[in-house]
Design a binder for this molecule. Structure first.
Ligand SMILES: [Zn+2]
Length: 384
C-alpha cells in the first residue's frame, strides 16, 4: 500500500514456465515469447485508488506468430478492470460523465471511451427484425442549427438510431443501420413524421412499403402558428389582443376561470383572430373522424380555410393540401409521434445537465444511453 499516493497496488503474476493457449486460433500450450508490464485501475479499496499490476504474456503461436494473451479481469486495450468499468458505467447511467470523472479521478475522455464501447456493443447485439413501424424526428444538438435525427421503434419506445443532421441522408444511414441489425425495410408498413420534405424523400426512397402518417401535433402546431400570426397583425388595431397569445394556443378545455371567460369574451368580439381560431378548432375535430368520413371533412375544412381571407390560415391550409394523403392516413393508422416527444424531452434534459456537448457523437451516445433501452452492465450491491 502506498499511503503517500493514496494507492493500493495488487501485483499478480503467472507461474514461471507457464504456457498459454493462443488467443487467436486456440492452439494450446504455446510458449511465452515475452511480457509487458501493465496496470489496470480497479474498484477503490476504501479511500485508496486500487490498481492491479501484472506482467501480461505474449505467446509464440506456430500458426499466428506473437499474440498478446488477454487477462480475465479486463477487456483487451482497456486500462480499467471489468469491475471498475461496470462501476463507472453504473454511475454514468445516472450522472453526467463529467461528474463521474470528478468522482473517480479519471479523465472524462477515458470514461467516454468506456461508455462508447458498451453502448456500441449493446447496440450490435440488438435485432430489429420485428420492427414494422418507425417514428422520425429531429432534436437540437446545440444552440443554433445543429441537429440529430432520431429513429424510434414506437412499439418499444426505444431509439433505434440517431445520426447527425436532418436531411434525407439521415434516412439513408438509418436504412443501412436497420439492415445491419436484421431489419427488413420491406416489412416497415408505417412511418410517422412531421412534414419535412427531407424525411418524406428519404422514407419514400428507402421504405417504399411504408405509409406515411404526418404527426397530428405537428399539423396542429402549423395551425396554432397561423392563428398567432393573424393575432399579431390584428393586435395593431385591436389592443385587447395584447398578451392573449396563450389563450388561443391552449386547448380550450385546459383553460379555467378568468382565462376561459376572457377567451369567451374575445370570441364574441368579431375578431379575425376569432375566425382563425374557429378554423383551427374545426381541424382539431378532424382527428376524431371515422376513416370513411375523413376525406369529405378535410375537403370542407380546406375550402373554408382557403376562402377565409386570412393569409396565414390560407398558407397553412395549402401546406396541408400538399401533404394530403399523409394527413388523412392518421384516420387509418391512429399513429402520432407522442413517444418521440417524450424521448425528446428526456434527451434535452440530459443535454442541459451536461451543459451541452461539444462533440455530437457524445450526444448520440447519451441518447442511446437514456432512450435506447439497451441492456448495459450495471453493478448492484451483492453482485459478485
Ligand atoms: Zn494461433
Amino acid at each position: 500500500m502506498d499511503r503517500t499516493a493514496n494507492q493500493l497496488r495488487l501485483t499478480l503474476d503467472f507461474v514461471r514456465g507457464a504456457r498459454f493457449a493462443c488467443p487467436a486460433c486456440g492452439t494450446e500450450d504455446c510458449s511465452v515469447h515475452d511480457t509487458e508490464s501493465r496496470r489496470w485501475r480497479h474498484l477503490n479499496f476504501f479511500q485508496y485508488a486500487c490498481y492491479i499490476e501484472a506482467r501480461q504474456p505474449r505467446v509464440q503461436c506456430p500458426n499466428c506468430g506473437v499474440k498478446t494473451v488477454p487477462v480475465p479481469w479486463a477487456r483487451p486495450g482497456s486500462g480499467f478492470t471489468l469491475l471498475f468499468e461496470a462501476f463507472t458505467l453504473t454511475l454514468m447511467q445516472d450522472m453526467p460523465v463529467r461528474a463521474v470523472s470528478d468522482l473517480v479521478g479519471e479523465w472524462d475522455t477515458r470514461l467516454w471511451r468506456v461508455l462508447d464501447h458498451y453502448v456500441t456493443e449493446a447496440r450490435d447485439q440488438r435485432s430489429l427484425d420485428a420492427v414494422t413501424a418507425v417514428g422520425v424526428d429531429e432534436t437540437a444538438a446545440r444552440r443554433g442549427h445543429h441537429y440529430v435525427t432520431l429513429f424510434v421503434d414506437p412499439a418499444e419506445s426505444a431509439v433505434m438510431f440517431a445520426t447527425p443532421g436532418k436531411d434525407a441522408t439521415t434516412v439513408t444511414r438509418f436504412a443501412e443501420d436497420f439492415q445491419a441489425h436484421h431489419g427488413d425495410p420491406a416489412t416497415v408498413t408505417d412511418v410517422t413524421m412531421d412534414m419535412s420534405p427531407a424525411f418524406i424523400k428519404g422514407v419514400t426512397a428507402h421504405f417504399p412499403k411504408a405509409a406515411i402518417t404526418f404527426d397530428k401535433f405537428h399539423v396542429m402546431k402549423l395551425l396554432g402558428d397561423a392563428v398567432d400570426r393573424v393575432r399579431r397583425e390584428e393586435r395593431k388595431v385591436r389592443p385587447e389582443l395584447a398578451g392573449t397569445r396563450y389563450l388561443w394556443l391552449k386547448n380550450p378545455q385546459d383553460l379555467k376561470g378568468k382565462a376561459a371567460d376572457r377567451l369567451a369574451d374575445l370570441r364574441q368580439a368579431h375578431l379575425k383572430t376569432g375566425r382563425a381560431y374557429a378554423i383551427k378548432e374545426t381541424l382539431q375535430a378532424f382527428w376524431d373522424q371515422p376513416p370513411e368520413a375523413a376525406e369529405a371533412f378535410l375537403r370542407h375544412w380546406y375550402f373554408w380555410a382557403t376562402h377565409s381571407r386570412l393569409e396565414p390560415i390560407r398558407q397553412a391550409a395549402k401546406t396541408i393540401k400538399a401533404h394530403w394523403a399523409g394527413v388523412l392516413q392518421y384516420t387509418q393508422s391512429h399513429r402520432t409521434n407522442a413517444v418521440l416527444e417524450g424521448i425528446n424531452s428526456l434527451v434535452q434534459a440530459a443535454k442541459a445537465r451536461a451543459r451541452g456537448y461539444r462533440n455530437v457523437n457524445h450526444f448520440i451516445t447519451i441518447i442511446y444511453l437514456m432512450a435506447g433501452k439497451l441492456s448495459l452492465p450495471r453493478l448492484t450491491l451483492g453482485s459478485g
